[in-house]
Design a protein around this ligand. Structure first.
Ligand SMILES: Nc1ncnc2c1ncn2[C@@H]1O[C@H](COP(=O)(O)OP(=O)(O)OP(=O)(O)O)[C@@H](O)[C@H]1O
Ligand SMILES: [Mg+2]
Length: 286
C-alpha cells in the first residue's frame, strides 16, 4: 500500500483532514509509510503526537487500532490472552471418553483466543494504523513484546504458532520522554521530535479549528501563548489549550486580548497556581 506518495502529498492530505504538519513531520510521515518503518514521535504534552496517528488514519482511510500504554500493561492486555472461562466450560462439557490431547488441542484454538491491539493490528487484512500511545508509561518489559512486533511484524503464540502480518500496519509510537526508551526499540523506528509550533503555524491551527475568531485576536492570542511558553512554567500551554482559549475568547466576545482580558481568562491555559502567579508577575497583568 502506498500511504503517501511524497512529503508534499503528506502535507496536503494531512491538511485536508485538519492536521497542519510542518515539513519535518510531513517528510517523516511519508518515510514511515514508504519504508514501512514504525514512527516514534516524542515531545511535550499537547503538541499533536497522538493526533498525528489519528490524522494519518483519516487521511488514508485506514482504520485506527490503538494500544494505550500504562504502568502495569502486560502481554494479556497488549497481545492476546486465552479465554479461560470459556476453556473451562469446554473442558467441563467434554465427554468423559474424550482424550485429554483432543480437548487440549481444542481449547488452544482460535475460538478461545482473545486478541488485543497488537495482535489485532498484525492480523488485519485491511489497511491499519497502529497507535501505540504513551509508550514511556509502560514498564521496560513491555518493550520486549514490542520488539518482535516492530522488527518482524509478527507475533508468536506458543500454542498456535507464529502469526505474521499479511499487510504491514502504519505504526506510530508516542512518548512524552518521561523515561528513555531502550536503544533496541529506537533502532527499529524512525524518530520525530515534535515541539510547539511557531506562531504562524499555531495561528493556522487555531483559525482552522475556530474559524469565527477575529484575525487580530488570533494574532494576539498566539503571541500571548508564545510568551507564556517562554516563562519556564510547570506546565506550558499546549496547542489544545490555545484552541480552548480561542473558543473562550469567542464565547466571551472579547475582541482585544489586553492584559485584563488575559488575566480574566488565564485559567483556560494555566492549570497551576504557581504558573498563574508567575505569568501575572512577569507579564505585568495586574
Ligand atoms: N499540527 C496540528 N494540526 C492541527 N491540530 C493540531 C496539531 N497539533 C496539535 N493539534 C491539536 O492539539 C490537540 C492535542 O494534540 P494531541 O492530543 O495529539 O497531543 P499529544 O502530543 O498526544 O499530547 P499528550 O502527550 O498530552 O498525549 C489535538 O486534538 C489537535 O486539536
Ligand atoms: Mg497523546
Amino acid at each position: 500500500m502506498v500511504w503517501f506518495s511524497s512529503p508534499s502529498d503528506a502535507t496536503t492530505r494531512l491538511g485536508e483532514v485538519g492536521y497542519l504538519a510542518d515539513p519535518a513531520t510531513a517528510t517523516t510521515a511519508f518515510l514511515a509509510g514508504a519504508l514501512e518503518k514504525p514512527l516514534l514521535v516524542e515531545g511535550p504534552a499537547g503538541v499533536g503526537k497522538t493526533e498525528l496517528a489519528k490524522a494519518v488514519s483519516r487521511a488514508t482511510g485506514a482504520d485506527l487500532v490503538r494500544l494505550q500504554c500504562y504502568e502495569g500493561l502486560d502481554e494479556a492486555r497488549a497481545l492476546y490472552e486465552w479465554n479461560y472461562k470459556k476453556q473451562l466450560l469446554r473442558i467441563q462439557a467434554a465427554n468423559d471418553g474424550q482424550a485429554w490431547e483432543e480437548t487440549h488441542d481444542d481449547i488452544f484454538s482460535e475460538e478461545f483466543l482473545l486478541t488485543r491491539p497488537l495482535l489485532t493490528a498484525i492480523r488485519r487484512s485491511e489497511p491499519t494504523v497502529l497507535l501505540i500511545d504513551e509508550v514511556d508509561k509502560t514498564d521496560v518489559e513491555v518493550e520486549g513484546l514490542l520488539l518482535e512486533v516492530l522488527s518482524d511484524f509478527q507475533v508468536t503464540i506458543p500454542e498456535l504458532g507464529t502469526v505474521a502480518a499479511t499487510r504491514r500496519p502504519f505504526v506510530v509510537l508516542t512518548s512524552n520522554a518521561s523515561r528513555e526508551l531502550s536503544e533496541a526499540v529506537k533502532r527499529r523506528c524512525l524518530y520525530l521530535h515534535l515541539d510547539y509550533p511557531d506562531t504562524e503555524r499555531e495561528r493556522a491551527i487555531v483559525t482552522s479549528q475556530v474559524p469565527d475568531l477575529d484575525d487580530k485576536v488570533a494574532t494576539q492570542l498566539v503571541s500571548a501563548v508564545a510568551r507564556l511558553r517562554d516563562l519556564e512554567l510547570k506546565k506550558a500551554p499546549s496547542i489544545a489549550e490555545t484552541v480552548d482559549w480561542a473558543r473562550t475568547l469567542l464565547a466571551l466576545h472579547i475582541d482585544d486580548l489586553d492584559a485584563m482580558a488575559i488575566d480574566d481568562t488565564l485559567g483556560v491555559v494555566l492549570k497551576h497556581a504557581s504558573d498563574t502567579d508567575r505569568a501575572v508577575r512577569e507579564l505585568k497583568l495586574r
